[in-house]
Ligand binder design. Structure first.
Ligand code: UD1
Ligand code: UDP
Length: 371
């Protein structure tokens, strides 16, 4: 049995790392291929989890178009899939990497397993292009690891065979638990030391991130307006690790530079980000992964998107969908900052951190066994 695990961006690496670690623990061999759709942001995660790719396609180029990236992934994957035979290719989520690798594998007649399967908004403009990416990956895949029952139900509505859908929880919680344990045991690094020096942790900390393509332009400007206003009204420290996408960098640095209590910093390596999240009282973000992680740390998230496929967080009260409406963001931030005494206890609807075990169990018991 030969397994190929493929990913390319920071969140995919964070969410696939626990599966790689679990395979290593059980001494099940696999090959790791990174497209490197992201570079610095991916390498930070590979370093932390000590993952060394067998293939590194090194595809990141500054501000490259989706079509250019897509064609380069297909081209490069074709060569790898011709060079080596695999019995199963694992991809993750909804990025250009996951969809184009799945398509390349399908063209090569390989079986595909989709991790974080079944998330849907059914609006192909939001998130763009991720909604269509994950629908296409879902159509291609033979096995579907769904993080929640809701995600499984979406797949069943699309006539996917029930026996091929496995509800596992989200592997992001596995990663979070691994990382929190390391921090508890004294993990430290230069980023954490520098945060300790520059941020006044006696004040309440608001953590901000953003990167969604459908918000480029007016949407991002509105969010920045809200952040600016919040920084003026409250005695808070606002920390904003700015995504490396130039379309994000441009607006954020233009609108929010040189404000005393707004700290614009480079994307943090994963353990430092977890360390910082743990100190926040509120997160304002359009990130998928952060919506899933924050409930484990009892931190409310204002989701700066018009739609979310992570509805479980909204219905359980862990996160609030605010869109990119300046007034709404300010209003909800006010509500949380004035009514929350501490971080109220939350139950995380995305699992307890056992997803990688369930995924590897399935592979071992249903796929390896047939070899
Ligand atoms: C991608 C994914 C998105 C995911 C996000 C996580 C797609 C279409 N989008 O969006 O689903 O939520 O990653 O962060 O797959 N860059 C760097 N260094 C890096 C990473 C990015 O400089 O390490 C810059 C480059 O100029 C690059 C640009 O950001 O061209 C955009 O990267 P890309 O992967 O195309 O899209 P993201 O917006 O990061
Ligand atoms: N993250 C990180 N450093 C940062 C910001 C986020 O390591 O500066 C982590 C975060 O903990 C989460 C993941 O990156 O696990 C989310 O990535 P992103 O928001 O880029 O993508 P999405 O989850 O929206 O696809």
């Amino acid at each position: 049995m030969k397994l190929l695990i493929c990913f390319g961006t920071r969140p995919e690496a964070i969410k696939m790392a626990p599966i790689c670690l679990e395979l290593n623990k059980r001494q099940i061999a696999f090959k790791l291929c990174v497209t490197a759709q992201h570079r610095e942001m991916l390498d930070q995660v590979l370093d932390f989890f000590q993952l060394v790719p067998d293939y590194d396609l090194d595809l990141m180029q500054p501000n490259q178009s989706l079509n250019m990236l897509s064609s380069r992934i297909l081209y490069e994957m074709d060569a790898i899939l011709k060079k080596e035979q695999f019995d199963l290719v694992l991809v993750h989520g909804d990025t250009t990497t996951s969809t184009l690798v799945a398509l390349a594998a399908f063209h090569g007649n390989y079986k595909v397993a989709h991790v974080e399967a079944g998330l849907r908004t059914y609006d192909k403009t939001s998130p763009f292009p991720e909604e269509l990416n994950r629908q296409i990956t879902g159509r291609i895949s033979d096995f579907h690891f769904a993080p929640t029952q809701k995600a499984k139900n979406n797949l069943l509505k699309e006539n996917v065979y029930e026996s091929n859908v496995i509800v596992t929880g989200n592997t992001v919680i596995d990663s979070l638990n691994i990382t929190l344990k390391k921090i508890e045991h004294g993990y430290n690094n230069a980023f954490i030391e520098s945060l300790n020096e520059t941020i006044n942790f006696n004040k309440r900390v608001i953590l901000v991130t953003g990167h969604r393509r459908e918000s480029f332009g007016a949407g991002f400007e509105n969010v920045c307006e809200a952040i600016l206003e919040i920084s003026k009204i409250y005695e808070v420290e606002i920390v904003f690790p700015v995504h490396l996408n130039p379309n994000v960098q441009r607006v954020v640095y233009e609108k929010l530079s040189s404000i005393k209590n707004i700290h614009l910093i480079a994307p943090l390596d994963y353990p430092s980000f977890v360390w910082l999240m743990n100190k926040a009282v509120l997160i304002i973000s359009d990130s998928g992964g952060i919506q899933e992680e924050a409930p484990s740390l009892n931190i409310p998230v204002l989701v700066t998107r018009e739609t979310t496929e992570r509805e479980e967080g909204i219905t359980s009260g862990c996160s609030i969908l605010v869109g990119t409406n300046t007034t709404k963001i300010i209003h909800e931030a006010y509500r949380i900052l004035t009514t929350h005494k501490g971080n109220d206890k939350m139950t995380n609807p995305y699992g307890e951190g056992l997803a990688a075990i369930k995924i590897v169990d399935f592979i071992q018991n249903n796929i390896l066994i047939n070899e």
